[in-house]
Design a protein around this ligand. Structure first.
Ligand SMILES: Nc1nc2c(ncn2[C@@H]2O[C@H](COP(=O)(O)OP(=O)(O)OP(=O)(O)O)[C@@H](O)[C@H]2O)c(=O)[nH]1
Length: 416
């Protein structure tokens, strides 16, 4: 798109300015008669913008011009013509000059006020010091409308000398134009010179090449920034979605891990769960603060056989609930298998362990199963302080031995 715009720059639509040439309020004739010369200006037909300059030959530097103000005489506002690069002049000329001079007068601030006589009109006073941009055009070209480029304009040497203009200000400038005009450059041949001005128009690009390049650069920059912004927002959204997915996966992972460590039926830890707890306690070097209690429900086969497996399952769950209600938060209960449970109990002395065993035995026996068609559930168990054994396995074996002892001694007791 940008390349296309640059390539087609010359074919882009142009703006046009038609100079109003016949309004009496804008047209203004000037001759050397103002300075005592004898050159004469005469309208042939003012409506048709046709005039005559008569050079009588007694004035060393004769001049006779038609100046067209770009705004009415009373305001004399300036117009920016710098964006117009083509000037078309449709003029008929008859006379002996080889050149016609086209000029544009541009506002100029002089350090010193230009000299002008008291009698000079305000217009002349304002135009007096205006920069004189001009181009000489060969008269034979005027058989048809002549097109000139504003780049061909130069600043008149006489104007530079007359006002002692600094070099920096000697470049052509039509950005603040007050008037345009037609006259004959030096040497102005003696005799009659007839002019008939049909039209003057100027055309120019709406955008200068520099502005177009700047605009394209800005647009490309904006497009680039938008693109980057779009990708950034997309990326952020993706990251957000991914982090939501990751935290969901983490939650699910945690849940699955939890489930993998729990017994489906009773909700107590399973063997893997107990092992994990043991590893954690071992890492924290807290194992010695605990005791192990192994519990086995008495005559459970009979429960199953009498009331069915569903009832047996209920007894398992109820027993876990009783154990959970008896232990503290720091303690852990795991289903070791069948109707056998392992409790890790935070306990600092053998006497406290005995008290707990007694309490648990009573709690299991104390018909806590209103929803089940049975009562009189008892359990046997064995318990050991971990700190009194070299390893957990050794303590487990000892507790297991005590459990068997309890079973053999008539059940319904936890030995420690
Ligand atoms: N309902 C149910 N029964 C189970 C489950 N796991 C094991 N059992 C049963 O539990 C019974 C255990 O019987 P035994 O090992 O003879 O023990 P017991 O009848 O309690 O005898 P003592 O331990 O000597 O008091 C077996 O019949 C198993 O089938 C379970 O998850 N649910």
């Amino acid at each position: 798109m940008s390349i296309l715009l640059v390539a087609c720059y010359d074919y882009l639509p142009k703006k046009q300015l038609n100079i109003e040439t016949i309004s009496p309020s804008r047209v203004y004739a000037n001759t050397d008669a103002r300075e005592g010369g004898d050159t004469e200006f005469e309208w042939i037909d003012q409506q048709e913008n046709a005039w005559l300059c008569r050079v009588n030959g007694d004035t060393p530097y004769p001049f006779c011009s038609l100046t067209i103000l770009l705004s009415p005489k009373d305001t004399l506002d300036s117009v920016d013509l710098s964006n117009f690069d083509d000037i078309s002049i449709n003029l008929d000329y008859s006379g002996d000059s080889n050149y016609i001079r086209f000029f544009i007068r541009n506002s100029f601030q002089h350090d010193k006020k230009p000299e002008s006589s008291e009698q000079d009109s305000q217009v002349i006073q304002k135009l007096e010091g205006a920069k004189f941009n001009f181009v000489n055009i060969e008269t034979h070209k005027f058989y048809s409308p002549v097109s000139i480029s504003s780049a061909d304009l130069r600043v008149a040497d006489w104007w530079i000398e007359q006002f002692d203009v600094k070099p920096i200000d000697t470049k052509p400038d039509i950005s603040d134009a007050l008037a345009i005009g037609i006259d004959v450059p030096f040497p102005f041949p003696k005799g009659e010179h007839a002019f008939s001005l049909h039209s003057i128009s100027m055309t120019g690009k709406y955008l200068s090449k520099e502005t177009l390049y700047l605009l394209i650069s800005v647009l490309l920059g904006l497009a680039l920034i938008s693109e980057m912004l779009f990708h950034y927002i997309n990326l952020r959204l993706n990251v957000n979605t991914k982090s939501v997915q990751i935290s969901k996966l983490n939650r699910e992972n945690k849940l699955f891990k939890e489930l993998a460590h729990k017994d489906n039926l009773s909700g107590a830890y399973n063997r893997q769960g107990l092992e994990r707890v043991l590893v954690e306690l071992n890492n924290k070097q807290q194992l010695d603060d605990f005791a192990i209690v192994i519990i086995d429900i008495d005559n459970f086969k009979q429960v199953n056989d009498t009331y069915g497996h569903v009832c047996g399952d209920g007894v398992i769950c109820a027993t876990v609930n009783v154990i959970k209600d008896t232990i503290r938060n720091d303690d852990v209960v795991a289903r070791w298998g069948g109707e056998e449970f392992v409790i890790l109990l935070r306990c600092d002395s053998q006497s406290n362990l005995s008290k707990f065993c007694q309490k648990l035995s009573t709690a299991i026996k104390a018909p806590p199963y209103p929803e089940l068609p049975i009562s009189g559930i008892t359990a046997s168990g064995g318990a050991a302080m971990l700190k009194e054994h070299a390893t957990f396995d050794a303590a487990f074996e000892h507790a297991d031995t005590l459990l068997y002892k309890a079973k053999n001694n008539g059940k319904d007791t936890i030995v420690c």
